[in-house]
Design a protein around this ligand. Structure first.
Ligand code: FES
Ligand code: FES
Length: 174
C-alpha cells in the first residue's frame, strides 16, 4: 500500500472535492476525497449498492456502469473525474418499477446464478449492443470478455444478449 499523507495527528489527510454530476437522471453532488472511486462514491455515498465490488482492480467487470453512455469500470474511475457527466447504474437502467429488456432476457435465459456479477454483466450487455458489437455469438463472447462469471452461465448470457440484439429492443440509456 502506498504511503498516505498523514496529518500531525497521524490520520490520513483528506482532500475533499465537490463534483456535480447526474446519476440515473437525477442531479447529484458528491463531496468526497479526490481519491474516492466512482464505485465507492456510488455505493457508500449515494447508497446505490446495485453496482458490485468484485476485484476492485479492473479485472472482473462487476463494477461496470455507464458514463455518458459508455461502459466504464467504476473501480478504476475517480468520482472527481465525472464532473458534469451522466452516470447510469443498474438501478437507473429501466424506468422506476420496470425492467429493462436485457434484465428480462437474463431472467428468461437463466443468464445469472450468483447475482453478484450480474449488474455489471447487464450494463456491459446493454452497452455492447449500442457499440454495435452484438452481431454474432462470437462477437458477443469477445466483447463481454471483460466481465467474469465464475459459475459458467456464459452460454445463457450470450443467448440473452443475442435475443435483445435481434429484437432491436436495447433502448439503453445513452
Ligand atoms: S470491481 Fe471493478 S473490475 Fe472488478
Ligand atoms: S452469474 Fe455470477 S458467477 Fe456466474
Amino acid at each position: 500500500m502506498g504511503a498516505d499523507n498523514l496529518t500531525k495527528a497521524g490520520a490520513p489527510e483528506v482532500f475533499d472535492h465537490t463534483t456535480k454530476l447526474t446519476v440515473n437522471g437525477l442531479p447529484s453532488v458528491l463531496s468526497v476525497d479526490t481519491r474516492v472511486t466512482l464505485l465507492d462514491a456510488l455505493r457508500d455515498h449515494l447508497g446505490l449498492v446495485g453496482t458490485k465490488k468484485g476485484c476492485d482492480q479492473g479485472a472482473c467487470g462487476a463494477c461496470t456502469v455507464h458514463v455518458n453512455g459508455k461502459r466504464v469500470l467504476s473501480c478504476l474511475t475517480l468520482a472527481a473525474q465525472c464532473e458534469g457527466y451522466a452516470v447510469t447504474t443498474i438501478e437507473g437502467l429501466a424506468p422506476p418499477g420496470g425492467t429493462h429488456p436485457m434484465q428480462d432476457a437474463f431472467v428468461a435465459h437463466d443468464g445469472f446464478q450468483c447475482g453478484f456479477c450480474t449488474p455489471g454483466q447487464i450494463m456491459s450487455a446493454v452497452a455492447l449492443i449500442n457499440e454495435g458489437r452484438a452481431g454474432t455469438d462470437e462477437e458477443i463472447r469477445e466483447f463481454m470478455s471483460g466481465n467474469l462469471c465464475r459459475c459458467g452461465a456464459y452460454p445463457n448470457m450470450v443467448a440473452a444478449i443475442h435475443e435483445v440484439a435481434s429484437a432491436g429492443s436495447s433502448d439503453a440509456v445513452v
